[in-house]
Write a protein that binds this ligand. Structure first.
Ligand code: AMP
Length: 214
């Protein structure tokens, strides 16, 4: 399985990827997670990316493309992969096409998770994450048992710097302007699959399985 998960921040790309992984253990490549790991480790890449991330802006294409190229060459990608949060611009999509061609690979689907801006703002302002293990919580739908403490590892559970409402609005504007055009890009390639992102945590897995059975 080689797929792309497309959708606004907060559409649930990570959640859908987690559910797919339970059944198809392919590599889950989240460019946001790779960048956050670099920020946490204090690498040069992380220090540079943090400024963009905190402002809700996209990190430069060359940086992201280089990062994904390296990642796709790792052995765990041989059996397949899910790209979560990449590509986010037309140059990134074109670079991915070029790279896959070089590797002799093709995408099975580009899954668009459709969701309204207001649902996104509601989901992200209440989203929290464990600083230690990355487990995701929500103050309304999945609160921690003890306030601010991770149920799984006891780490501290905090709000992401870019999950403040002003930054979320900026990220949404960037999505509509720079990433939404990719929907037409993949429709033109005949691999676009549109899914209602309010349809539950297994909705992408179910849709892909129904499609494969046809
Ligand atoms: P995410 O966790 O996917 O919402 O990503 C968090 C932030 O990381 C984004 O708001 C961007 O600043 C940066 N980022 C992640 N993926 C990309 C990408 N493909 N291109 C540019 N910036 C990215």
């Amino acid at each position: 399985m080689r797929i792309i998960l497309l959708g606004a921040p907060g559409a649930g790309k990570g959640t859908q990827a987690d559910s797919i992984k339970q059944k198809y253990p392919v590599a889950h490549i989240s460019t946001g997670d790779i960048l956050r790991a670099n920020v946490k480790a204090g690498t040069a890449l992380g220090r540079n990316a943090k400024t963009y991330m905190d402002a809700g802006k996209l990190v430069r294409d060359e940086v992201i493309i280089g990062m994904v190229e390296k990642r796709l060459e790792e052995p765990d990608c041989k059996e397949g992969f899910m790209l979560d949060g990449f590509p986010r611009t037309t140059p990134q999509a074109e670079a991915l096409d070029k790279l896959l061609k070089k590797l002799g690979l093709a995408l099975d689907a580009a899954v668009e998770l459709e969701v309204s801006d207001e649902v996104v703002v509601g989901r992200l302002t209440t989203r929290r994450g464990c600083k230690n293990c990355g487990e995701i919580y929500n103050t309304v739908t999945k609160p921690t048992r003890a306030a601010g403490i991770c149920d799984k590892c006891g780490g501290s559970v905090v709000q992401r710097d870019d999950d403040r409402e002003d930054v979320i609005r900026k990220r949404l504007a960037v999505y509509h302007e720079q990433t939404a055009p990719l929907i037409e890009y993949y429709r033109a390639q005949g691999i676009l699959v549109t899914v209602d992102a309010t349809g539950g945590k297994d909705v992408v897995l179910k849709t892909l399985e129904q499609r494969a059975a046809r």
